[in-house]
Design a protein around this ligand. Structure first.
Ligand code: MBD
Ligand code: FE
Length: 286
């Protein structure tokens, strides 16, 4: 393999470090009291103690763990590893509360970028000629309140991977806002977006998150998905993902982030485009 082909590939190092750099730009704070912090840390260490005894963890294994954690940091993969293996439970605890009847949420993942360019309600996502060679996907619907009233001027942020499974800004050689946009709904809350049918996403296997998966004979795949964030003043914003019926890995997502309410079933139109309608229902802000 020549040097060039290595650098063409978005390696674990490159995508991990890009995700870490992006996250470092965010403001990070929580108003956790010392009492709450103590209760949480005591439970965490109790669980670690129990697991250590139950499995009689060896010194070799402890040293492998230490080395692996160092590598996760060096590859910039903490955002990736945490979002794949931990975020789904955090999402359920925080957004799947009783009393909300709006559209289900799902994890944000490591590749969201805010302030994607605004697009009109009926639009085509920014894409390259090679993206246009993929199967087009027409995604249309309406943002409403829980009673079905259209929400005009709502924003639907959409971001997803290209047909090869790469995200702009996290893999080299892709235009900055490729397959990213902030769509503004029309007077009835509607949108009609032309994009491409995404492909399954493979967690890089040349970095510590991939090694972790391979070490327990797991698979590194997420099903094909669209990421969305839907907002309107006065309503609870939704961060979610949509998946595809019958798609590879939809039943077996490495990130455990598929919910049955979030699976689309597009139909082909006469022009060979996939067409699907899906609406977003927003709960009132509490
Ligand atoms: C992704 O595309 C993603 O959505 C998540 C949650 C983790 C890794 C890659
Ligand atoms: Fe994703």
């Amino acid at each position: 393999m020549t040097d060039q082909t290595v650098h063409e590939d978005p390696s674990a190092h490159a995508s991990g470090n890009a995700a870490t750099d992006k996250f470092k730009g965010e403001s990070v704070k929580a108003d956790t009291t010392p009492e709450r912090a103590r209760a949480i840390y005591q439970d965490v260490f109790k669980a670690i103690g129990e697991i250590t005894h139950k499995h009689q963890i060896t010194y070799d294994e402890y040293r492998v763990l230490k080395n692996w954690m160092i590598q996760v940091g060096e590859y910039g993969e903490w955002p990736l590893w945490l979002d794949v293996f931990v975020e789904h439970e955090i999402e359920k605890v925080n957004y799947d509360r009783k009393g909300y009847t709006g559209t289900k949420g799902s994890i944000e993942g490591p590749y969201y970028v805010e302030d994607a360019p605004k697009l009109p309600w009926k639009c085509e996502m920014p894409m390259r000629d090679k993206d246009k060679a993929a199967t087009p996907l027409i995604f249309k619907g309406q943002v409403t309140d829980v009673d079905g009233n259209g929400l005009s001027g709502a924003t639907v942020e959409l971001w997803h991977a290209d047909e090869e499974g790469y995200y702009s800004q996290f893999a080299p050689g892709i235009p900055e806002w490729n397959l990213r946009g902030t769509i503004v709904t029309n007077e009835n809350g509607e949108y009609e977006i032309k994009t491409l049918q995404p492909a399954p996403y493979q967690i890089p296997t040349d970095g510590p998150t991939g090694w972790f998966i391979l070490s327990h004979d797991g698979h590194p795949w997420r099903p094909a998905h669209l990421h969305l964030r839907v907002k309107h003043p006065g309503y609870r914003e939704i961060t979610t993902q949509l998946y595809f019926e019958g798609g590879e890995w939809t039943e077996n997502d490495v990130a455990t982030a598929v919910k049955p309410e979030l699976v689309l079933d597009p139909k082909k139109n006469d022009e060979g485009q996939n067409v699907v309608e899906y609406g977003f229902k927003l709960d009132k802000e509490d």
